[in-house]
Ligand binder design. Structure first.
Ligand code: URA
Length: 377
C-alpha cells in the first residue's frame, strides 16, 4: 500500500477499507509515514469526512495502537467523563473527585489544551510536583487505593492519538466530527472504563459551533461506545460563553476547588453537580435523581469532595497544601483591571475570542498570565 494513493483516494471522496485504516494507523504510529503525508491525509479527511464504519474502524485502530488497560476487569464500575473542549471548562476537575467521594471509582486519562480550549492536564500541572505520566502499574495502584486517578496521555495508551492530536493542532484539522470522535473514543476504549459520560459542547467557545453539529458528534461517539460495550451517555451543553469566571490553568483549578466547597459560580457549579449526579445514576449508585442530588450535596457539605481532590493530588506527587490553600497556587505576575468605558448590559461574550486571548497571554508571558472575568452584580 502507498500512503500517497490513500491520500488521493480520500481527496477524491473515496472510502477507506478497514484494512487501509489499520495499515495507516499502524505505520504512522511506528514512524513509517511522515507527518507531511499524514497532515495531507488529515486535511483530506477534514474536507471529505468519513462514514460511520470508517470512523469506528479508525477509533478501534487508534485504541489498538498501544496498550489497553481494561480497568473495569479489576475494579467495577469505573467511570470516565470527557468534555469535547471549551473555554473555562474546569468541569472534570470538579466532577471526578465529587463522584469518587460518592463511592464510584473514576479512572481518567485526560488531555492537554487543543486550539483555543484548555486541557485538564495543564490545569492539574499548576500544582507543584503533580505528575500525570503514570505507568500502567501506578495507574492501577492509585485507582485501587484512592478510587480516582487523573493521568495524562501516555506513550503506551493510544499513542496514535497522541501523535495525530499534536499534528491536528497545527494543521487546521481539529474541527472534524470523525477526527474528534475517534480521538476521544480511542482513549476511552484504551482505558476500558465501564461507564462514560461525554460532555459535548456547542457554541462560540466550542469546536462544534451549532447544536446540530454537537448532536452529530455526540451520536457518533455514543454509537462507537455502545458498539464496544461501553455504557455511554452524552450531554450536549452550551459553550456560548466561558464557564464560570476563570480562564487559565491555575485560576481554573482554584475555581474548581470553590465548586467542590460549594462556593463556585452558579453556572459551572450547576453543570458539575448535574454531571456528577448523572454518573451516580448511570452506575446505579443512586436509585433516582433525588437520591443522586442528595449524595452530591452531601459530598460537598461534608467536605468529602474537596478532600478527595487533595488525596489524588498527593497520590500523584502534588503538593496537597495548594488545594487546601489555593492562594498558594501560581499567580500571574502582572494583573491589569480592564473596565468598561460606559455603563451597560453584557448582551453576549465571545468565548472563542477570550480563549484565544488567554492563549496569547500565556505564550507572551511563559504561562504566568491568566484571565479572570469579574462581572459586577
Ligand atoms: N478532545 C480530544 O481528546 N480530542 C479531540 O479531537 C478534541 C477534544
Amino acid at each position: 500500500m502507498q500512503t500517497v494513493e490513500l491520500i488521493t483516494k480520500k481527496r477524491d471522496g473515496g472510502k477507506f477499507s478497514s484494512e487501509e485504516i489499520s495499515w495507516l494507523i499502524e505505520n504512522y504510529t511506528h514512524g513509517n509515514i511522515p507527518d507531511y503525508q499524514m497532515a495531507a491525509l488529515l486535511m483530506a479527511i477534514y474536507l471529505r469526512g468519513m462514514d460511520e464504519r470508517e470512523t469506528s474502524d479508525l477509533t478501534l485502530a487508534m485504541a489498538r495502537s498501544g496498550e489497553q488497560l481494561r480497568v473495569n476487569t479489576q475494579i467495577s464500575p469505573v467511570v470516565d467523563k470527557h468534555s469535547t473542549g471549551g473555554v473555562g471548562d474546569k468541569v472534570t476537575l470538579a466532577v471526578a473527585p465529587l463522584v469518587a467521594a460518592c463511592g464510584v471509582a473514576v479512572g481518567k486519562m485526560t488531555g492537554r489544551g487543543l486550539g483555543h480550549t484548555g486541557g485538564t492536564v495543564d490545569k492539574l500541572e499548576s500544582v507543584d510536583g503533580f505528575h500525570v505520566e503514570l505507568s500502567r502499574e501506578d495507574f492501577m495502584r492509585i485507582l485501587h487505593d484512592h478510587q480516582i486517578v487523573l493521568a495524562g496521555q501516555s506513550a503506551e495508551l493510544a499513542p496514535a492519538d497522541g501523535k495525530l492530536y499534536a499534528l491536528r493542532d497545527v494543521t487546521g484539522t481539529i474541527e472534524s466530527i470523525p477526527l474528534i470522535a475517534s480521538s476521544i473514543m480511542s482513549k476511552k476504549l484504551a482505558v476500558g472504563a465501564s461507564h462514560l459520560l461525554l460532555d459535548v459542547k456547542f457554541g462560540s467557545g466550542a469546536f462544534m459551533k451549532t447544536i446540530e453539529q454537537a448532536r452529530q458528534l455526540a451520536q457518533a461517539m455514543v454509537d462507537i461506545g455502545r458498539a464496544a460495550g461501553l455504557h455511554t451517555v452524552a450531554a450536549i451543553t452550551s459553550m456560548e460563553q466561558p464557564l464560570g469566571r476563570a480562564i487559565g490553568n491555575a485560576i481554573e483549578l482554584a475555581e474548581a476547588i470553590d465548586i467542590l466547597r460549594g462556593n463556585g459560580p452558579a453556572d459551572v457549579s450547576e453543570l458539575c453537580y448535574h454531571e456528577a449526579a448523572e454518573l451516580l445514576l448511570m452506575t446505579g449508585k443512586a436509585a433516582n435523581q433525588a437520591e443522586a442530588d442528595q449524595m452530591v450535596a452531601q459530598a460537598i457539605q461534608s467536605g468529602a469532595a474537596v478532600k478527595k481532590l487533595t488525596e489524588v493530588i498527593a497520590a500523584q506527587g502534588g503538593n496537597p497544601q495548594q488545594i487546601e490553600r489555593p492562594e498558594l497556587l501560581p499567580h500571574a505576575p502582572i494583573r491589569v483591571m480592564l473596565t468598561a468605558p460606559q455603563t451597560g448590559y453584557i448582551a453576549a461574550i465571545n468565548a472563542e475570542g477570550l480563549g484565544l486571548a488567554s492563549m496569547s497571554l500565556a505564550q507572551a508571558a511563559s504561562k504566568k498570565v491568566s484571565l479572570l472575568i469579574i462581572v459586577p452584580a
